[in-house]
Design a protein around this ligand. Structure first.
Ligand code: SF4
Length: 125
């Protein structure tokens, strides 16, 4: 199984499989919306109003929450750690540290994604 090659992914059967996985889906690049960032408490609606989206993006890059902002799509890329883990993934437990507030794209995966209905399952241990 290769995370970068969706053709090698496994068919996703139910959330049950997530309990025994190393969270390899959380090592893939994650693009999020401004609504996601507000829900994650990384920025407030007031800050967006007062600073404008470009300055907000600059601030979030500086704080290392996001790596890039694409004006064309209005999407922000969450920062990945050196080992590719999402900034919110607990390296040891392999669980999201912000699960209740996680971005929409994480909630919808793998219904949406590079290969809908399939995921890069890697057994933990
Ligand atoms: S926000 Fe949470 S669920 Fe989404 S990729 Fe990061 S660790 Fe995984």
């Amino acid at each position: 199984m290769d995370v970068d090659r969706p053709s090698t992914w496994k068919k996703f059967t139910s959330d049950e499989v997530c309990h025994s996985c190393v969270a390899s889906c959380c090592t893939m690049p994650v693009e999020v919306t401004l609504t996601d960032l507000i829900r994650l408490n990384l920025v407030t609606e007031d800050e967006v109003q007062n600073m404008g989206i470009r300055k907000v993006a600059k601030k979030l890059v500086k704080e290392k929450w996001i790596s890039t902002y694409r004006e064309g799509t209005g999407l922000f890329m969450l920062t990945q750690k050196a080992n590719r883990d999402c900034i919110f993934l607990d390296t040891r437990t392999r669980r999201c540290t912000n699960y209740q507030l996680r971005p929409d794209v994480c909630r919808q995966f793998p219904s949406i994604g590079p290969r809908p209905g399939f995921c890069p399952y890697i057994k933990n241990g």
